[in-house]
Design a protein around this ligand. Structure first.
Ligand code: 13P
Ligand code: SF4
Length: 302
């Protein structure tokens, strides 16, 4: 009897498929991926894949973005119900009202959003490039959707802009509070604090470094320090420990867990390829509208 990894390898060959995985999916799933990374890396990879089939081990907006960027490929989501609640947390009526209020407004949309929201945006961003992109936009007034915490982090880094915040949030990162960081810091006073910008501003103030999941991994790998307190979803621990077997990584309060990401399993990856289920479809008009801000992001971050 083949192991599930062997079954997946055989199905990949049969369908000319590749597996993309975000750092937040379970460790055994990351272990079968051809490409693992943060949202920015995965969106860049998606544009240049020549495989017939892309299996996206991540939440729904990630598979949707891959399909939008590379429409001639078949994109499968092993668990189509794996959703990011924040991806829905903006209101088109409010966006329209903002556009009426500010003549020069740029709507900047975090990639953690549905295609239905992206279509209203001038440009998308990820946590890896949001500061650079907003800083370089010609517009003074920016409506940042949907994440309030990432928006307020960008506002602090780019004070010359008028950044209007929206009230969306990531429930996984919103739960991180300063007291938890301070508690772990008391136990490990030499540890550096590395956090994701979806955490609240009071948490970012305690951090030695703020960045995307890839940036956190890069920072820890380059740092001469040995101990780190990690303020993001616990899936990043896998790559952190793989790359840095001699270093120690401590989660805050036992670790943050994203239910959508953790619902992706090896069995679901095998089954979606075997039964051709979970195919992502995006109606062509919507695809073109949502593709525009994604392509704009990829060009602006070159
Ligand atoms: P990254 O931009 O680091 O991939 O983060 C994505 C995400 O979902 C954070 O919650
Ligand atoms: Fe969405 Fe938060 Fe999960 Fe990231 S960690 S996918 S923002 S719910």
């Amino acid at each position: 009897m083949d192991s599930i990894y062997q079954e997946i390898e055989a199905l990949k060959k049969e369908h000319n498929a590749v597996i993309l995985a975000h750092y937040y999916v379970p460790e055994d799933v990351q272990a079968c991926a051809d490409y693992i990374g943060d949202s920015f890396y995965l969106s860049k990879v998606a544009t240049r894949l020549e495989a017939d089939m892309i299996v996206f081990a991540g939440v729904a907006f990630m598979g949707e973005s891959a399909k939008i960027l590379n429409p001639s490929r078949t994109v499968l989501l092993p668990e189509p119900a794996a959703d990011c609640p924040m991806a829905h947390m903006a209101d088109p009526a409010k966006i329209r009202a903002m556009r009426e209020q500010y003549e020069d407004l740029a709507v900047v949309c975090y990639i953690n959003s549905t295609a239905e929201l992206k279509k209203y945006a001038d440009i998308c961003v990820t946590s890896a490039n949001a500061v650079k992109i907003v800083r370089e936009l010609p517009n003074k007034n920016i409506f940042f959707i949907p994440d309030e915490n990432l928006g307020s982090y960008v506002a602090a880094q780019v004070p010359e802009k008028n950044i209007i915040l929206n009230d969306g949030y990531c429930y996984v990162h919103k739960e991180v509070v300063p007291e938890q960081i301070l508690k772990v810091k008391e136990l490990h006073p030499d540890a550096e604090v590395l956090v994701h910008p979806e955490c609240p501003a009071a948490v970012l103030e305690l951090a030695d470094f703020v960045g995307s999941t890839s940036a956190i991994i890069q920072y820890a790998s380059d740092s001469p320090k040995r101990e780190f307190i990690i303020g993001t979803e616990n899936g990043v621990m896998y790559e952190l420990r793989e790359k840095n077997p001699d270093k120690l990584f401590y989660p805050v309060a036992g670790g943050q867990s994203c239910a959508g990401m953790k619902s992706i399993t090896l069995a679901k990856i095998r089954d979606c390829m075997k039964n051709h289920t979970g195919e992502v479809t995006v109606e062509e008009d919507l695809r073109e509208e949502a593709n525009r801000p994604l392509v704009h992001m990829l060009e602006a971050s070159k």
